[in-house]
Design a protein around this ligand. Sequence first.
Ligand code: K1U
Ligand code: ZN
Length: 176
Amino acid sequence: MALRSIIKLPDPKLRLVSAPLERVDDDLRKLMDDMAETMYDAPGIGLAAIQIALPIRLVVIDTATPEEPKNPTFYVNPEILWSSDERRLHEEGCLSIPEYYEDVERPSSVRVRYIDREGKPQEIQAEGLLATALQHEIDHLNGVLFIDYLSKLKRDRVIKKFTKIARHTGESPGRL
Ligand code: K1U
Ligand code: ZN
């Protein structure tokens, strides 16, 4: 297993639409393990492959509390089939926008179809934090960030702040 670098705002790769995966094989399972290790190290409750600069439709999520055993779940090509009208508010963060948190309102429950770590098709009905995390991560696969749900004023402010940080740390976002 290996830790991967997490790309940060304003890296333009974060706006890419990731490509579907054709198969689940041992190489992909190795990447899944690297993603889980990177997520736990950050620490976070989710990670999309594009956050380690890979534009493929792969996500890991673990909403277990520190008292519970680790339970990473991998979602290949996840798709939201249904979202509830009922909504829930959650203070979201993003490993690509470190130490910035804002309330975001999203459907409180979603039905998601995906391929699991063994390559088997699955469907789940998720509620609460898992529903929020799934929507946040599936947004990443479509180049959408949680700051896109904030006012233009807040979004522009955070982009400006992270652009300035990237200039000072020499972390150039690179080219597509
Ligand atoms: O995708 C990401 O950037 C990861 C992100 C996922 C997420 C957080 C909150 C709501 C929806 C999705 C994070 O994990 S941010 C860090 C975080 O939430 C956390 C870190 C340590 C303990 C508990 C939570
Ligand atoms: Zn994120």
